[in-house]
Design a binder for this molecule. Structure first.
Ligand code: J2J
Length: 565
């Protein structure tokens, strides 16, 4: 048995043994899972991406070829690889290839820019970074190869290898790596050949299921975004259990409308759940109603997931478009609080059941259930999916509160992490001594176990599902020569739920919003983190203990939801 990955916080041995004994952790890795699926029904369709298709055997074989190619290029077990891909089939080829090698994808978003990517590359000490060339049909598309040049120029030490899906220019071509791997069939991995009847490329032995499978991003609240290490065992359990709760089987067709690497569309039950069940994943290049309605009708999609602003946009579009959504068995909504009245409208106007999903990349996922009373489905964010999830609702001193009283949500269980990757100091605050994760969410628990999200204690803004760590943006604002002090707060917004407002104290003449936004962009911050509004004050209000009083700022600048700003 190998020592755990340095920086990973494992479950205590006795707890891990219990999760194994309970059958939560089965010992199967994601690489093996795909192998088993491909053997069970080689010809079933796994992925649809525009005009391109991957059957299960094709995905399995492509992952093997790429794994061999990556291996020849020097990527091996435990190496970190930042994966920053849009919703394209290659995402799954790359991720399963890395899983097979025991190399760890670090899931970045296409929206991330120099500040975020440089941080991930450094913090994870990544050996490679996978991006996609812009779609030739879209002249306005952002070019991640230009970003790569910029990022590489700003890094010291050995630069990561940049791998490009599509036209690679001076970088390494993903297709060339895969072709290179195809040439290494000599000592074919015997398991693969036996199960699928073909010669697979030579691969080193894969990881064991108790090892870290990948690093996911946290929404963050303090400083730079934290990385979340999830194991094959714990993540596979969360997906298997999600499939049970959501009734996902071979006949499931999942439309991936949200960014593919986000934890919600990846695992709740998401693309990996549907692949685990032998169903079909359809990738939407964009999440807009027209694109998605067309794909839902064309592929008889049975389940898809959106964030609340998208749910609203789809509802509005459905009024005039009259889409054929008759195949949909679930419209999942999560990532941010869904207003009760929007939840009600979904069933009535789209004609399909809504499922609320309250989850987090750190673990705990709550679902409303098919047999829940309708009132609970529209007014709660569901209940924990596993009988082995332990949740507590506590006051500021960690004392348990009675049902019905809002408090801090703490979570522990077979798929909730025990610590962030390489973040010892932060972990001491973000977890209790007995291993509960402090979610930072304020919830109320109903007697039946359903949770209602009432607010947030963490210093984070949830902009329609996109999480913004206030401190991160404040740090960048403070670097501006005309900014003396700065606080970022979330203000209510009818569309996004919240939007961001930077409250600044100026040094000399106050900078305009446009100048600040340009400055933050120049510093390489992703667009969704740019303040929607800027307010200038003489001094930031402080609480009794001298912290910035964000509640006072929200009260001062927030307009009630629904009022045009
Ligand atoms: C209110 N707040 C919510 C909801 C998440 C499934 C679904 C979502 C995520 C996700 C995920 C919410 N109502 N329905 O990983 O597997 C806020 C909470 C939570 C934070 C986690 C999944 N659903 N939230 O959104 O890691 O504040 O995961 O702690 O991005 O989003 O954000 P994230």
């Amino acid at each position: 048995v190998r020592a755990p990955l340095p920086g990973f916080v494992p479950w205590p041995d006795d707890v891990a043994a219990r999760y194994r004994a309970l059958g939560c952790w089965t010992g199967e890795t994601f690489g093996e899972l795909l192998r088993r699926r491909a053997a069970a029904h080689p010809d079933r369709l796994a992925l649809v991406c525009g005009e391109r298709r991957w059957r299960y055997t094709e995905l399995d074989a492509a992952a093997d070829r790429l794994a061999a190619g990556l291996h020849r290029a020097g990527i091996g077990a435990r190496d970190r690889v930042v994966v920053q891909l849009p919703n394209v089939g290659e995402f799954f080829v790359v991720v399963f290839a890395l899983f097979r090698l025991g190399a760890l994808p670090v899931f970045a978003q296409p929206a991330h820019r120099q500040a975020e990517i440089s941080h991930f590359l450094r913090h994870a000490e990544a050996k490679a970074w996978v991006i996609a060339a812009p779609d030739a049909a879209d002249p306005l598309a952002f070019d991640h190869r230009a970003l790569a040049r910029q990022v590489l120029a700003g890094l010291d030490g050995a630069p990561p290898r940049v791998i490009v899906a599509g036209e690679a220019q001076e970088f390494t071509s993903l297709a060339a790596l895969e072709a290179d791997g195809a040439g290494t069939a000599a000592g074919a991995s015997p398991g693969a050949a036996r199960e699928t009847g073909r010669a697979a490329p030579a691969l080193p032995p894969g990881p064991t299921a108790d090892e870290v499978a990948f690093l996911q991003l946290s929404g963050g609240s303090t400083g730079l975004p934290k990385l979340i290490a999830r194991t094959h065992d714990d993540y596979a359990y969360s997906i298997r259990r999600s499939n049970e709760v959501c009734g996902i089987g071979e006949d499931a067709v999942y439309l991936c409308a949200l960014p593919v690497a986000h934890n919600f569309p990846l695992s709740s039950p998401g693309t990996l759940g549907v692949l685990m069940a032998g169903g079909c994943v359809v990738l939407a290049p964009r999440p807009d109603a027209d694109t998605c309605f067309r794909l839902i009708a064309a592929h008889r999609v049975t389940i898809t997931a959106v964030v609340p602003p998208l749910a609203q946009a789809w509802l509005d579009a459905a009024r005039t478009r009259r889409p054929d959504l008759s195949s949909l068995r679930w419209l999942q909504v999560g990532g941010a609080r869904l207003a009760d009245d929007i939840a009600r409208r979904i069933g009535a106007e789209l004609g399909c059941p809504v499922q609320q999903v309250f989850g987090m990349a750190e673990g705990l996922v709550n679902y409303t259930r098919a047999d829940d009373p309708p009132e609970l489905v529209v007014s709660t964010q569901g209940r924990p999916m596993s009988p082995f999830d332990e949740v507590r609702v506590v006051d500021d001193d960690d004392r348990d509160l009675p049902d019905g009283t809002p408090g801090h949500l703490l979570a522990r269980g077979p798929y909730t992490i025990r610590g962030y990757y390489r973040a010892e100091q932060h972990n001491a605050r973000a977890f209790t001594a007995d291993g509960y994760y402090r979610t930072g969410d304020i919830v109320r628990r109903l007697p039946g176990g359903h949770l209602v999200v009432e607010g947030r204690a963490k210093d984070q803004i949830n902009r329609g599902g996109d999480k913004i760590a206030a401190e991160e943006v404040e740090g960048h604002l403070l670097a501006h020569p005309a900014v003396f002090d700065a606080a970022l707060v979330g203000l209510p917004d009818a569309w996004l739920g919240e939007r961001s407002c930077a409250v600044i104290v100026a040094r000399g003449p106050a900078p305009k919003r446009a100048a600040l936004v340009a400055f933050l962009r120049e510093r390489g911050l992703a667009d969704y983190k740019l303040p929607d509004r800027v307010e200038v004050v003489d001094a930031l209000p402080k609480t009794a203990i001298g912290k910035v009083d964000k509640r006072a700022l929200r009260a001062r600048f927030g307009t009630p939801p629904g009022t045009p700003a």
